[in-house]
Design a binder for this molecule. Structure first.
Ligand code: MOS
Length: 754
């Protein structure tokens, strides 16, 4: 591959200084004149009928400027139905006839101070008639379970079993599982056919609990509505255009009357595409006729945001004695709370392997919990836990090395580097010659993802000092502005420091997709590259004229255009920019747009060494290796940052993070004291192994790197703990309590981990 001047270099982030000095401006830092504080009244029950709501005492309180309930919004179209990164959001703004989860919004107020708002909330009177709640999907599907949504389905399975509270179902079949037209065989016969070449069949159930994305900055938005109805929103979002379209649809406001300003964001991981607080800020601002800030507390994050769904996944896999996978069938119940969306991720149980016969049946099940949403590679960590823990079980049962079993079954092909990443990660970890002390163990697992692509556009301009300005609507969460600056610098032959990145609001910037789905460097990188190439073309044309040369004979480097082989015959980019301003064709501006071109699948291979304290169940992660095919690392430091972040979240979900609910539906740990996140003490040195197998449509071969690194970590933890203890835990997170119980159960000889 060609040597690059800026691409592939570890340049510091464009926002490094503003971040480390605290100068970066977050939404919470903004204070508008006359601004009010918005707050919510939330349900103290997980399931109850609402008999009455009386807001009159709250409205009388001095300093209160708006009180709203579902009923008071009845004259507006108040249904959100929006496809947001795979999460379908269909919900009323407030509970009116029934509450279906603990902490559901019943009313909102806007007041001059937080204290007045709290007092107003306390004065709203609600009469409830409590109903029985259900929080575990395995209970929710049973006959007699409370029905949460009247429009949910009852599904009868082929074996006659009935599933209640089904919000949606997704099925998929490949190979022998596909039923031909007119095929009269029973499901059982088809299944027997698919598994007929298997020497051994494994069937296990895996449980993954709900986890919160736990971005540092809670949801926040400020809204202002002017007398003409023009809405302005300042918000912490992954995509201000997504916020704009969500507001337009859910509040029935024309797009052109909404401007969304994306502020610096303190993490999103899938939960900041809009709809959680911004719509409420706008509603309150409309009613109060003053700007309103709505900021979630950490407790509200846990009660009423969009965490990752839990799942119960039963996997049946047939293998030959040599480890070849013959068939796999998965049956999954996803805990999608009061909503639906998520279970399609069950298809990911195919992973990076050749599985000739594959089938999944997947159900979104309603429980009395808030709707879930996207969390970094939505559904993949859960699916990967089931898939990769079972592969580990199969390897041990066959007496095969877990890495060998995977190598045997991994797919190969154009733009894929699965085996190379596995081998290199094993080599870096010393996997093949690994040793361990007492209570120590090694775990390996693979995750996968294919970055999305989205519409993106950018404007690149050349200024009189030879500096390059990139203008677009990209929300930078992860260092993508830096990558785009590197791409522009590379194309235009300027130092990275001479590129300025300018983010526009939705009124000014050209349209672009939200920052999610690992799309950003792939999609915006292409848009910036194309825009810079247009600038480059103009620059070469003008230089050719000035130097009396053919444009094809020119090169750009070090801010100069020169005739190839004759560096003395040169003109600077600054001179070209200046003469363009004076020329009849005007200043130099390039435009770039990108649409939906496909990328190739990438693999994340991770290995951990752990030590378990069998008395306390505490797991210490001693070392971690983390391999990824990133296509092309525009900035290896930023790629490693993404990889390390994903590893930490995988360790967190694998060992600690669990949203706990009482049987009556109350959430038991809605705060960071009781919802245990990994800290620096829990995370060892992480070694990252970058493999670069370019993908055809990515700029310079880029594959998206944001999501894949979270996918294998949960399984890595279970597999390492098994190696250390001989105890197989099929439920994540493997908290100390869960592990001690599993160890005790094993000692008692019943051998069941869960
Ligand atoms: Mo996402 S889950 O923000 O790609």
């Amino acid at each position: 591959m060609a040597e690059f001047a800026v691409v592939g270099k570890r340049v510091p982030r464009v926002d490094a200084v503003e971040k480390v000095t605290g100068r970066a401006r977050y939404t919470a830092d903004l204070h508008l004149p006359g601004m009010l504080i918005g707050m919510f009244l939330r349900s103290p029950y997980a399931h109850a009928r609402i008999l009455s709501i009386d807001t009159s005492e709250a409205e009388k309180l001095p300093g209160v400027h708006a009180v709203i309930t579902q009923k008071s919004l009845a004259d507006m179209l108040m249904v959100t139905e929006d496809e947001v990164h795979g999460t379908r959001r269909v919900q009323k703004f407030f509970a009116d006839e029934k509450v279906r989860y603990y902490g559901e919004k019943i009313a909102a107020v806007a007041a001059e101070t937080r204290e007045i708002a709290e007092e107003a909330i306390a004065r709203i009177k609600v009469e409830y008639e409590p109903l029985p709640a259900v929080v575990d999907v395995r209970d929710a599907v049973k006959e007699g379970a409370p029905i949460i949504n009247e429009d949910s389905k009852v599904v009868t399975l082929p074996d006659g079993r009935k599933l209640y509270n089904v919000a949606a179902e997704v099925h998929g079949a490949e190979g022998a599982f596909v039923r031909a037209e007119g095929d009269t065989r029973t499901d059982e016969e088809i299944e027997r056919e698919a598994f007929k070449d298997a020497d051994l069949i494994f069937e296990n159930t895996y449980i993954i609990h709900r986890a919160h994305q736990s971005y540092i900055e809670p949801q926040i938005a400020i809204a202002d509505v002017d007398p003409t109805g023009k809405v302005t929103v300042w918000t912490s979002t992954q995509g201000h255009f997504a916020v704009r379209s969500n507001l337009a649809k859910s509040l029935n406001i024309p797009l052109s009357k909404i401007n969304v300003i994306g502020m610096t964001i303190g993490g999103g991981f899938g939960a900041k595409f809009g709809g959680i607080v911004d719509t409420y800020a706008v509603l309150l601002a409309m009613k109060a006729k003053r700007p309103v800030k709505v900021a979630y507390t950490r407790r509200e994050e846990f009660l009423d945001a969009t965490p990752a769904p839990g799942a119960v996944i039963t996997v049946k896999t047939g293998v030959k004695r040599d480890g070849t996978i013959v068939a796999r069938k998965a049956f999954a119940l996803w805990d999608t709370g009061v909503a639906s969306g998520g279970s399609y991720a069950t298809r990911r149980l195919k992973g990076v392997y050749n599985i000739p016969n594959f089938k999944f049946d997947s159900y979104d099940i309603n429980t009395n919990k808030p709707k879930p949403g996207a969390y970094r590679a939505p559904g993949a960590p859960q699916a990967s836990f089931a898939s990769e823990v079972q592969l580990d079980e199969i390897a041990h049962a066959l007496g095969m090395d877990p890495a060998e079993l995977r190598l045997k079954n991994m797919r190969e092909g154009d733009q894929l580097a699965f085996k190379e990443v596995l081998r290199k990660t094993c080599d870096a970890a010393g996997w093949w010659t690994r040793t361990k002390g007492p209570n120590e163990g090694w775990g390996l697992a693979c995750g996968e993802w294919t970055n999305g692509a989205g519409p993106a556009s950018a404007v690149v301009s050349l200024h009189e000092d030879g500096s390059v300005h990139v203008f677009y609507g990209l929300m930078d969460l992860t260092g993508t502005d830096t990558a785009c600056a590197q791409i522009a610098a590379e194309v235009l032959g300027v130092p990275y420091e001479k590129v300025r990145i300018v983010r526009g609001d939705t009124d000014s910037a050209p349209y672009g997709t939200a920052s999610g789905g690992s799309v950003v460097t792939f999609s915006y990188g292409n848009a910036v590259k194309r825009a810079a190439e247009e600038v480059r073309k103009r620059v070469l044309e003008m230089a050719a004229e000035a130097l009396e040369a053919n444009p094809d004979d020119l090169e750009i480097a070090n801010e100069k255009v020169f005739v190839r082989g004759n560096p003395d015959s040169a003109i600077t980019l600054a001179q070209i920019a200046q003469s363009a301003v004076r020329s009849t064709s005007g200043p130099i501006v390039g435009h770039g747009s990108f649409a939906n071109e496909p990328s190739a699948q990438t693999v994340a291979v991770q290995i951990a060494k752990v030590r378990v304290d069998p008395e306390t169940g505490n797991v210490q992660v001693l070392a971690y290796w983390n391999g990824l095919d990133c296509g092309k690392a525009i900035n290896p430091m930023a790629v490693e940052g993404q990889m390390e972040g994903g590893v930490v979240q995988g360790i967190g979900w694998g060992l600690f993070e669990h949203m706990l609910y009482a049987p009556d539906g109350r959430m038991l740990n809605p705060g960071l004291l009781d919802y245990r996140l990994p800290t620096a003490l829990d995370v060892p040195k992480i070694e990252s192994i970058l493999v670069e197998e370019p993908t055809r449509h990515g700029p310079f071969g880029v594959k998206g790197v944001g999501e894949p690194p979270i996918t294998p970590g949960l399984a890595v933890m279970s597999n390492a703990i098994f190696d250390a203890t001989g105890v197989r835990v099929r439920e994540a997170p493997i908290t100390p309590e869960r592990l001690v119980m599993a160890i005790l159960a094993q000692q008692r000889g019943n051998g069941k981990a869960d």
